[in-house]
Design a protein around this ligand. Structure first.
Ligand code: G
Ligand code: G
Ligand code: MN
Ligand code: NA
Length: 250
C-alpha cells in the first residue's frame, strides 16, 4: 500500500524516465531502433530499476497509467530521431486487461506525430497465456494502427513456439539466456540457429539480445540474425545521450 502511494506520487511528480538501448542492424551496422526501458529517479533512493517496482505497479494496476505515460514519452522522443530509427516499448500483460490500451497507443501516435510503423510493441508470451482471445483481438487492433508487434524473451516461456501460430508477429526477440553460454554451449547454439531459420521461414525479423562479446556477435551474425542488442554496443542510456549514439558509427 505504501509502495502504491509512492508509485502514484512518482507519476505525478514526474520521477519516471526512459532510458534507451540501441538495436543494431547486422547488415548495415547502423542503429535501426532503440528499446525504451523504464527508470524511477527517486529523490531519496536514487535510480530504481524496473525489477524493483514494475511487479508492484502491475499488482496495483498503476502500470496502466504509467504505461500510458511511457507510450506518450517514447513516441515524443522517437519523433525527434532520424526516420529510419524505430522505438520499441515493452507492454505489460496488465495493460491488455484494460480497454484503453489501443486508445493509449493511438493517442501517443497522434500527439507525437510519429509514423506508426516506427513504433514496435514488445510483448511476452504471458500476454497470450490467459485472456487468450481478448488479447489476440487487441493485438490485431493494435496492428491495425500500423504499429509492429514483437514477441519478447522468446524461448523462455513454456510454449513460445505455439504462440507463433496464434499471432503473426513482426519480430521475434530471442532471450539473452540463449546467448550467455555462447560460443561454447552446443545446445544454445543449436537453438539460436533454429530460431534464426524459423524467423526466416515465417517472414519475421529476428533480433537477439544480451550480446556482450565479439565471439557472440560473430556467431549470431553467421546464423543470419537481422538485429542485435547488447552491452557490446551500448547499455541503456538516458534520452539525452541516445541521439549521439544514433548518429555516431558503432
Ligand atoms: O532495464 P532493465 O534490464 O532493468 O529491465 C528489466 C525488466 O523490466 C525488463 O525485462 C522489462 O520486462 C521490464 N521493463 C523495463 N522497462 C519497462 C517498461 O517500460 N514497461 C514494462 N511493462 N516493463 C518494463
Ligand atoms: O525483458 P526485456 O528484454 O524487455 O529487457 C531487456 C533487459 O536486458 C534490460 O533490462 C537491459 O538492461 C538488459 N540487457 C540488454 N542488453 C544486455 C546485455 O548485453 N547483457 C545483459 N546482462 N543484460 C542486457
Ligand atoms: Mn523488451
Ligand atoms: Na527480452
Amino acid at each position: 500500500q505504501k509502495m502504491k502511494i509512492a508509485l502514484r506520487d512518482a507519476l505525478e511528480r514526474n520521477e519516471f524516465e526512459l532510458h534507451y538501448q540501441p538495436l543494431i542492424s547486422l547488415k548495415s551496422r547502423r542503429v535501426t531502433g532503440c528499446e525504451a526501458l523504464l527508470r524511477w529517479r527517486n529523490p531519496e533512493r536514487g535510480m530504481i530499476a524496473p525489477s524493483e517496482f514494475v511487479p508492484i505497479a502491475e499488482e496495483t494496476a498503476l502500470i496502466v497509467a504509467i504505461g500510458k505515460w511511457i507510450l506518450a514519452e517514447a513516441c515524443r522522443e522517437a519523433a525527434q530521431w532520424p526516420e529510419h530509427v524505430s522505438v520499441a516499448v515493452n507492454l505489460s500483460p496488465v495493460q491488455f486487461k484494460h480497454r484503453n490500451l489501443v486508445n493509449a497507443v493511438a493517442d501517443a501516435l497522434s500527439s507525437s506525430g510519429l509514423d506508426p510503423a516506427r513504433l514496435q510493441l514488445e510483448i511476452t508470451e504471458s500476454v497470450l497465456l490467459d485472456e487468450n482471445e481478448h488479447n489476440i483481438q487487441v493485438l490485431h487492433d493494435l496492428r491495425s494502427l500500423g504499429v509492429k508487434i514483437a514477441m519478447d524473451d522468446f524461448g523462455t516461456g513454456y510454449s513460445s513456439l505455439g504462440y507463433l501460430r496464434t499471432f503473426p508477429f513482426d519480430k521475434i526477440k530471442v532471450d539473452q539466456a540463449f546467448v550467455r553460454d555462447l560460443p561454447h554451449g552446443k545446445e544454445s547454439l543449436a537453438i539460436v540457429r533454429a530460431v534464426a531459420g524459423l524467423g526466416q521461414s515465417l517472414g519475421m525479423t529476428t533480433t537477439i539480445e544480451g550480446i556482450e562479446t565479439e565471439d557472440q556477435l560473430a556467431i549470431v551474425n553467421a546464423e543470419g540474425f537481422h538485429e542485435v542488442q547488447g552491452f557490446i554496443f551500448s547499455r541503456p542510456v538516458p534520452a539525452a545521450e541516445i541521439s549521439s549514439l544514433i548518429k555516431g558509427s558503432l
